[in-house]
Design a protein around this ligand. Structure first.
Ligand code: TXA
Ligand code: MG
Length: 540
């Protein structure tokens, strides 16, 4: 760092008023300060000062083409930072600020281009953390801040993480204790007439839709039919960088079926120890840690544990995820295993970060993840695709599948369904529910219709549509996924299975028997293509 300022970075205890005042002054005078928030720690500077902003990019080692979020300590400071507050932006701010949300609006001329990375928008965040509020208020400036990690490492959730990454690079880190949420804020684009999530976080789409509904706003009809328009979707520019990743391999275990995790951890640990990939790092909770300790009592020296609390508690897992990844990485784990959670509520944000930590290395190794996602699509998501989902699950359960190269790691597929023209929350048709129950022993009576959306689609490893019309439509909407979208017919063609008819008739409005024929046809197709799909994924 020759020729640059090397700081003797000071960790500020909030009870030390002199140090705190000095940190706030440094912030006001154009320096960069480590700041706690309820999500993760940030690296703050005066958002109106381009020279200060340049110091952030330098400290992080991050390219300057990624926009920064601007933090405020009261709602009154927001209007001057933006040039337009849409009705939905107003509702979101009223409902969720202060809190773990970043609302993107058109920026005002107060925001320099280096903050918005040349975009005409700016993300505004009003953290609820009292120390963040006090620091921003004392400094008296709007604070531009990215997460306070070095580019590429997990976001910091404790002051000591910031010290590890930023020692010598900035003058102050204010200690506000552990971040309560532990995952970065929900980033939501509110420039249009309906919110669009660019990064999932603790504030969920369901909560936002409820707040909007309570304010008398309903989702526009076009969106109801087609959900988000992926072609037009502005993605968070930061998504292209690899975030949150520790330096060792991270693997996701299971798919949220908590009864089976003991078995999964056991098999994963056995396998890795056998392969000499030790120490094995385990991110888990109780009672699984206890079980693993008993099972491997004589091999504990080859395992490193990070216990986040109660195993199936997604708040606790999220709160500790980044700390766990950092710590296990520091303890030189050769691989880290972390559990999958169902992708709903906070689970969506947790899985989003975990998948990023696990990405890249997974793909290259072509072995993991042992967990894949497959979506069935029809029109209304009440007859054919729910049936396909239930039948697929049934077939999958008939025999356990294991990873090809790692025969002790169980391979998991999560089957779901959605409708290209579905409205949310309609009940599945009675005959589909009954056939799933009577003939395939699958209970889908509690599930309801879901429209195809950007969020659902982009998670899938394979999307299977009931007709060519559906697959053509989805490939048109999701060109970047076209190699993962098939109709039943196209799938059979692709795997050279000409003897089976890929036509699946729509039973809607007909009797039980017609539904039964449809089910039989779907079953026949799935039984034929499954082994090929699994081979393609190198499962079994
Ligand atoms: O919880 C958080 O949001 C933390 C704390 C410190 O507030 N901050 C944070 O900042 O995570 P950062 O820079 O690590 O991530 C901000 C994300 C990036 O993916 C960025 O691309 C996106 O938000 N973003 C910011 N402004 C944007 C804009 N105007 N349009 C689209 N995406 C934006
Ligand atoms: Mg970040």
């Amino acid at each position: 760092m020759t020729g640059e300022t090397v700081w003797d970075t000071k960790l500020v205890n909030i009870d030390n008023e002199v140090d705190f005042a000095a940190a706030a002054r440094a912030l006001a005078e154009g320096e960069v300060v480590g700041m706690p928030t309820e999500t993760v720690y940030g690296l703050g500077c005066d958002a109106r000062n381009p020279e200060a902003v340049a110091k952030i990019y330098k400290a992080k080692g991050r390219p300057s083409d990624n926009p920064l979020i601007v933090h405020v300590a009261d709602k009154a400071s927001i209007p001057e930072l933006v040039s337009d507050i849409t009705p939905i932006a107003q509702v979101l701010m009223d409902a969720f600020m202060p809190g773990p949300i970043t609302v993107i609006m058109k920026k005002s001329s107060l925001i320099p281009d280096c903050v918005s990375a040349g975009l005409d928008t700016v993300g505004i965040r009003f953290p609820i953390h009292p120390v963040a509020q006090k620091l921003i208020r004392t400094a008296g400036v709007p604070v531009a801040a990215p997460s306070a990690n070095l580019s590429g490492s997990p976001s910091p959730t404790k002051a000591e993480h910031v010290m590890q990454d930023m020692q010598g690079r900035i003058p102050y880190v204010v200690d506000g204790g552990e971040c309560q949420v532990g995952l970065e804020s929900t980033v939501v684009d509110a420039t249009g007439n309906w919110p669009q999530i660019l990064r999932p976080g603790a504030v969920t789409m369901e909560q936002m839709e409820e707040a909007l509904h309570n304010a008398g706003m309903e989702k526009p009809e076009v969106l109801k039919q087609h959900e988000a328009q992926p072609g037009e979707a502005p993605r968070a520019p930061g998504m292209k960088y690899r975030h949150y990743a520790p330096s060792c391999e991270v693997h996701i275990l299971g798919c949220g079926d908590f009864d089976r995790y003991e078995e999964y951890y056991k098999e994963a640990v056995e396998r890795e120890i056998l392969d000499g990939k030790t120490p094995v790092g385990l991110f888990l909770g109780e009672p699984i840690e206890h079980e693993v300790r008993v099972l491997f009592a004589d091999k504990l020296d080859q395992i490193r544990f990070y216990n986040y609390g109660t195993f199936d508690n997604v708040e606790e897992a999220s709160h500790h995820l980044f700390d766990g990844l950092r710590l296990l990485d520091e303890e030189k784990a050769a691989v880290i295993f972390a559990p999958a959670f169902p992708e709903e509520g906070l689970g969506e944000a947790y899985m989003n970060r975990l998948k990023k930590a696990a990405s890249e290395k997974h793909e290259k190794k072509d072995v993991y993840p042992s967990f894949r996602k497959m979506l069935f699509v029809c029109t209304g998501n009440t007859c054919r695709s729910p049936l396909a989902e239930a039948i697929a699950r049934h077939i999958w359960k008939e025999e356990p599948h294991y990873m090809m190269d790692h025969p002790q790691i169980p391979a998991e597929v999560e089957f779901t369904s959605a409708g290209a023209g579905a409205s949310r929350g309609r009940e599945y048709t009675r005959y589909s529910v009954e056939i799933a129950d009577y003939e395939y022993d699958e209970d889908i009576s509690q599930e309801t219709s879901t429209p195809v959306s950007d969020r659902i689609m982009l998670q899938q490893d394979l999307v299977v549509c009931v007709t060519d019309d559906h697959s053509r439509y989805l490939r048109f909407k999701y060109p970047e996924m076209s190699d993962r979208i098939f109709s039943f017919k196209e799938l059979l063609d692709d795997f050279f299975i000409p003897e089976i008819d890929g036509e699946v008739t729509d039973p809607y409005g007909y009797d039980y028997q017609v539904y039964q024929e449809t089910a039989k046809q779907i079953e026949k197709i799935l039984r034929a293509v499954f082994p090929e799909i699994l081979k393609k994924w190198r499962m079994t």
